[in-house]
Ligand binder design. Sequence first.
Ligand SMILES: [Zn+2]
Length: 127
Amino acid sequence: MSKLYSVVRLKCPRCHKGNLFTKPNPYSFKNSLKMPDRCLVCNQDFQIEPGFYIGALWTSFPIVIFIMTFLSVLLLVFVKMQLEWFFVVITIILFSLQPIIIRLGRAIWINIFVDFDVETMSSAENK
Ligand SMILES: [Zn+2]
């Protein structure tokens, strides 16, 4: 549950307070994927190793598959959209969701390696 919170809110996996991304808006194009080197709250390292987030491709890919499956059923089965239009619509939707998908993929990825740590927070609050 706590990992889900961290992913959905794009918060630090360790303290759930610091932001994973510098800019809250995923559509601020220049800095969309900019992340601080460390959590501003608990000092958790966000760049665990060089190229760490290349692995996040494996967590964003299932999100894309999920969205495509959902849209396929919705548009082809229920809306009965023509195949040509379906491809146009699905391309536009996936393209415009790309910044959010990449962010979620990265949040899931770092949550695989970093666990929530209550100790970190209580010791940070005592400082
Ligand atoms: Zn943190």
